[in-house]
Each structure stands twice: as C-alpha cells, then as structure tokens.
Ligand binder design. Structure first.
Ligand code: APR
Length: 250
C-alpha cells in the first residue's frame, strides 16, 4: 500500500488507534531501549524480584531512574506526540496505547480518557507496600547513590518508580482498555516500537485479526512487518510531516 492510499484510509477513519513505543520520543532527545546507544546498552533492566530481594538491585533501579528524572526535566513532545493529540481533537482517535513511561503524550495534550500507559510511568513514584504516590522531585532531589534507597514515610515499604518492571504484573484496567480499542480499531498504527515485548506486542495482532488495517512506522524492521498492510521504514517526524500534508490539505 502506498502512503497516499494509507493517508486516505486515515483521513476517513473514525476509530484510529495508535500504539507507540520509545521510537516516538527519540526526536525529543529521549533515548529508546534497543537502538545502538539505547538504554539497555548502558543499564541492565532490574527485575521486580531482584528489586525486592536486594538493596544493590534497588540502587541500580534508582540510578537509572535518577538519570531519567534529570533528562525528563527538559524534554518536550515532538511532531509525533502532537499529531496524535491533533487526531484526538479532530474526534478521530479511539485510543492511544503507549508502552512509553516518559509522559510526553500527556504533556502533548492527549486526554486520560484516550490514553493507556501499558508500562506505567516514570512521572510518578509509588510505595510497593501501601500504594502511596509521591512526586518524583520529592524523592529524587534528596536521593544519592551512597544513601539508602527511598522508603515510604507512611509504612516503610520500598518506593519505586511507577513504571511496570520486568516481572511485575501488567495493570489490569489498562490491558482491558487496550484490548477493547484493539478489537474496535478500523486503523491501528504502530509508531516507533521494535515489537519485542509481550504482552504489549500482541495488540497489533489482535487489531489485525479483528479487521483493522495494520500500519507499522519504524526505522528498523519488526517481527510483524510481513503481517502489516502498510510499512514506513523511516524517521517518525518525517512520516507525520508527510501524513499531515496528505490528510489535512486534501
Ligand atoms: N524514527 C523511526 N523509528 C525510530 C526512531 C525514529 N526517530 N527512533 C527509534 N526508532 C525505532 C527503532 O528502530 C526501534 O525499532 O523505534 C524502535 C524502538 O524500539 P525499542 O527501543 O525496543 O523500544 P520499545 O519497542 O518501546 O520497547 C518496548 O521494552 O524495555 C521495554 O518497557 C520497555 O516499553 C519498553 C518495551
């Protein structure tokens, strides 16, 4: 399928679902996970069971999250986040399923009613024992790696960034909404994901099986490319620039 035909399908869509990964935020200066120089080339993922079992693992978690916190103070949404927000404002967005924890979709203006953060968010810190929510600045500004890792001032439980760590259960309500949107989409567009992580990467398959047109916009190949109806292997910013000229000027 050519870009022009795809743009026509997008323009006519009344149930657009976007599925985003870290690739949509790299043009805002947020590194993705698996590209060269990405997060996993510098840090090891901390599994939840290791986080609970060892202070050393908790220090590893907090070192990554403190570096992320400093970065997140300055980064801003880019044309990709803004384009998806604009589809919502035009009444075309059924839902946005994001794997990202950088909060940039919310900052761009996507409403909570149309947003599922499948992997939680680094924009909040929570107590694993009582669920109390903390603002990152109240936790990160005072923590340094030679200090004990943060605990809850109400119950003494371990504090952790509110992202879903490997080995942590997925948020049930978020998964249910993502499932409903994937089944109801008429056009399902993957943006900037290597589609390596389950269960997140099952939603494009559910959408396609439910009759949606499946599109994948990603610099590198993904495991679902042969299954998609439309593929764009290029920069996300360029893609949205071209899509905008094809869907708005017409
Ligand atoms: N334009 C187009 N594609 C891009 C761009 C860009 N500017 N920048 C990055 N990409 C693509 C890369 O080619 C890569 O395939 O985005 C993809 C990002 O893939 P990952 O780094 O694997 O990120 P993601 O798919 O979101 O990872 C899923 O894995 O580590 C966990 O929980 C974490 O949510 C994350 C999940």
């Amino acid at each position: 399928m050519e870009l022009e035909e795809f743009a026509t399908r997008v323009r006519k869509s009344e149930a657009l679902v976007f599925f985003t990964g870290a690739g949509i935020s790299t043009e805002s200066g947020v590194p993705d996970f698996r590209s060269p120089g990405g997060v996993w080339s510098k840090y090891q993922p901390v599994l939840l069971q290791d986080f609970l079992a060892s202070e050393a693992a908790r220090v590893q978690h907090w070192q990554l999250k403190k570096a992320t916190y400093e970065l997140f103070k300055t980064v801003q949404p880019n044309i990709g986040h803004q384009a998806i927000r604009d589809f919502e404002q035009r009444g075309q967005l059924l839902g946005l399923i994001t794997q990202n924890i950088d909060g940039l979709h919310k900052i761009a203006g996507t409403s909570d009613a149309r947003l599922v953060e499948l992997h939680g968010t680094d924009r909040k810190v929570t107590c694993l024992q009582c669920g109390k929510v903390y603002l990152p600045k109240d936790v990160y500004e005072d923590w340094h790696e030679h200090l004990p890792t943060p605990t809850c001032d109400d119950c003494g439980g371990y504090l952790k960034s509110a992202n879903v760590s490997f080995g942590q259960s997925m948020p049930v309500e978020a998964m249910q909404r993502a499932q409903r949107w994937s089944e109801a989409a008429d056009v399902f567009i993957v943006i900037g994901s290597s589609l390596q992580v389950q269960p997140a990467a099952s939603f494009p398959v559910i959408a396609k099986r439910s009759g949606a047109l499946l599109a994948i916009v990603n610099r590198d190949p993904t495991p679902l490319d042969d299954y998609a109806d439309f593929i764009y292997n290029g920069a996300i910013g360029e893609f949205f620039g071209q899509l905008k000229s094809l869907t708005l000027d017409a």
